[in-house]
Design a protein around this ligand. Structure first.
Ligand SMILES: NC(=O)c1ccc[n+]([C@@H]2O[C@H](COP(=O)([O-])OP(=O)(O)OC[C@H]3O[C@@H](n4cnc5c(N)ncnc54)[C@H](O)[C@@H]3O)[C@@H](O)[C@H]2O)c1
Ligand SMILES: [Zn+2]
Ligand SMILES: [Zn+2]
Length: 365
């Protein structure tokens, strides 16, 4: 067991508190990672504000990169000093979904994540929850070997961390989720970290039109840099009417990267008959959707969802790293600011403002 510093959430809507916690020793299949960088994802905010329920106290944070510090007795593929990215979706490799290549829906996830003792404890011995069995806002974390992917030497850790969540989620939603075809037309609602990655995925897939929709002009300006061909500020107009006015028809694919019933319904309204709307944003717990049934039986629209890139995290993260090395996936541009660990609460405040794509925390500073 070691002591380390973590940003702990003890009550919903309170600030994270930097404090000393105890980190257990790695189990046979686990690795202890010295965390270097974590991206601030809107999903962390959902837990912090209670829109997604969690037990407390909890350490959130999951868009993580770091360096292997020690390994459990049965770990064979990683060793001390390896630079790694964490994946939120470890998988057994053997259940019906894993065998079908859908490891984000591994049926044995709960079993895989179970461990005999709490991974994190307060110094007085109280158990601390971890978001996604990661809890990345801690200078040291424990992850299973099969949830970690080695990062090539020339991919810096402060950009590599984005591969762990927003990039694999966004690009995966395009390729594995909606399966966007070259030449097709795409609209993306919400241009934060996830939406920016969807826009890049659509560009990589060869979409001929990419319409970015957001409420913030600075985010829309950045969206053009990631590949958007058109931008619509949904605060100034009805984005569905505006898209029809500009393109004459709905798009082949739309993506929702905000997380609300309203924007989900907009995503369905944006696609033309036979088009596919893909929900990626996480709506508050209990949200229900109300959409016109005729969109399905008369217009043959499709409404799908995509979670964490809908696929094989280990394979996909390696491929995305190669696209970055070739300059085809823009990651440096997505990191608006790297902030010290002590400023994490200010980082979450800044995330709500317009001129950021991703804020990344440096946990070693
Ligand atoms: N499905 C998954 O696997 C997965 C993975 C990661 C994140 N998420 C979810 O995706 C969503 C986006 O995450 P993020 O980290 O990119 O968030 P973010 O805060 O970085 O970006 C959200 C963007 O949406 C814009 N926005 C807000 N309301 C809008 C509206 N009504 N119309 C248009 N734009 C609007 C904001 O201006 C902002 O640019 C969150 O709900 C997050 O929890 C899902
Ligand atoms: Zn995330
Ligand atoms: Zn499985």
């Amino acid at each position: 067991m070691i002591d380390t510093t973590a940003a702990v959430l003890t009550a919903v809507n309170e600030q994270l508190e930097l404090t000393t916690i105890r980190v257990d020793d790695p189990e046979p299949h686990e690795v202890r990672v010295a965390v270097t960088n974590v991206g601030l994802c809107h999903s962390d905010l959902h837990y912090m504000t209670g829109t997604v329920p969690t037990d407390l106290p909890v350490v959130v944070g999951h868009e993580v990169a770091g360096v292997v510090e020690s390994v459990g007795s049965e770990v064979t593929g990683l060793r001390r000093g390896d630079r790694v990215v964490g994946a939120l979706t470890p998988s057994c490799g053997r259940c019906i979904n894993c065998e079908a290549g859908r490891s984000t829906q591994c049926r044995r996830l709960a079993e895989i994540r179970r461990r005999p003792r709490p991974a994190f404890q307060t110094t007085s011995g109280r158990s601390i929850e971890r978001l996604g069995a990661i809890g990345a806002f801690s200078r040291h974390i424990l992850m299973r070997e099969d949830a970690l992917v080695k990062l090539p030497d020339d991919v810096p850790l402060h950009v590599g961390c984005l591969l762990a969540c927003c990039v694999i989620t966004g690009v995966g939603a395009v390729f594995r989720g909606a399966q966007v075809r070259p030449g097709s037309t795409v609209a993306v609602i919400g241009c934060g970290g996830v939406g920016s990655a969807i826009i890049q995925g659509a560009r990589l897939a060869g979409a001929s039109v990419i319409v970015a929709i957001d409420l913030d002009d600075a985010r829309l300006k950045a969206a053009r840099g990631y590949g958007a061909t058109h931008v619509i500020n949904g605060g100034d107009c009805d984005p569905v009417a505006e898209l029809h006015r500009r393109l004459g028809d709905g798009v082949d694919y739309s993506f929702e990267a905000v997380g609300s019933a309203r924007t989900a319904a907009t995503a369905l309204a944006l696609v033309r008959p036979t088009g596919t709307a893909c929900l990626v944003g996480i709506a508050p717990g209990g949200t229900e959707l109300s959409v016109p049934a005729s969109n399905f039986f008369f217009e043959e629209k499709r409404l799908i969802g995509s979670y964490m890139g809908s696929g094989q995290a280990r394979q996909d993260i390696g491929q995305l790293a190669r696209l970055y090395q070739q300059g085809r996936l823009l990651l440096d541009e997505m990191v608006t600011r790297v902030i010290p660990f002590a400023e994490i609460n200010e980082g979450f405040e800044a995330m709500k403002s317009g001129d950021v794509t991703r804020i990344v925390v440096d946990l070693q500073s």
